[in-house]
Design a binder for this molecule. Structure first.
Ligand code: ATP
Length: 234
């Protein structure tokens, strides 16, 4: 579904990605793991048109994405849940969700149907539909950020470190929600520093180090890989 081929990204004179290739098949959760500064966010931002690439190719079902604007890429069904959640703090939960429906907003009935679907998926958001998003807990804000992305019926969602800043027990809730979203039909590219947690829900995983893919395998095999265990999982 999504192919990233030989992606090179530079920040001025500093090269952040040195020819990265990965693929995400329809229906998969693919985990991209790596330490701080490995280039995970750069890869996501470059694939979704938020920063320019130096060379390489990104395609979604055969359509070239590189060189396209982020808004165009989002309309093609490729949505980004940014790092740090970035919900609209001064708006209610419901308004945040409605703002996520940009690709279907002309179809009022569709917006309502999607809103009801998201409230069924995340009952906690339903209970808090009138509450200002900035007053939600960290875990609830992460659920809202994911749910907002789903309002536009994306085909694939990339999530940038959904565990960031959350207590371990809440991380497991969020990852369970990611798994449920995937089971309901959305393909997921999950970027995480928490390697074990991410690989435990991923069909496949890639390990990024210093802007290069070092390992790729099924989530299960990576969790048992001695090199990975030594360098990442302790
Ligand atoms: P983290 O897990 O800490 O978010 P990451 O794996 O997502 O890290 P990136 O944020 O993609 O890593 O950073 C990759 C490299 O690119 C790092 O060396 C970083 O310092 C550099 N970098 C990132 N953004 C910029 C920028 N706007 N200008 C210059 N260098 C940048």
């Amino acid at each position: 579904m999504l192919y990233v081929e030989n992606l090179v990204v530079d920040y001025g004179k500093a090269r952040a990605l040195h020819g990265v290739s990965l693929k995400v098949n329809q229906g998969e959760i693919v985990a991209l793991i790596g330490r701080n500064g490995a280039g995970k966010t750069t890869l996501l931002r470059a694939s979704t048109g938020l920063i320019p690439i130096t060379s390489g190719k990104v395609t979604l079902d055969g359509t070239r994405l590189d060189g396209k604007k982020a808004s165009h890429i989002a309309r093609l069904g490729f949505t980004h849940v940014p790092q740090g959640r970035q919900v609209f703090a001064d708006q209610t939960v419901e308004d945040n969700l409605r703002l996520g429906a940009y690709s279907v907003f002309r179809d009022k009935k569709k917006v309502e149907t999607n809103l009801e679907r998201e409230f069924r998926r995340f009952p906690r958001l339903h209970e808090r539909r009138g509450q200002l998003a900035g007053t939600l807990s960290g875990g609830e804000q992460q659920m809202l950020a994911i749910s907002r992305a789903l309002m536009s019926d994306p085909r694939i969602v990339v999530m940038d470190e959904p565990s960031m800043g959350l207590a371990p027990v809440i991380v497991m809730d969020v990852l369970k929600a990611v798994q449920e979203v995937n089971c309901a039909g959305t393909t997921v590219l999950l970027v995480e520093q928490l390697a074990t947690a991410a690989l435990s829900i991923a069909h496949r995983g890639y390990v990024l180090q210093n802007g290069r893919i070092q390992l790729e395998d099924t989530g299960e095999s990576l969790l048992r890989d001695p090199d990975l265990v030594r360098s990442y999982l302790g």
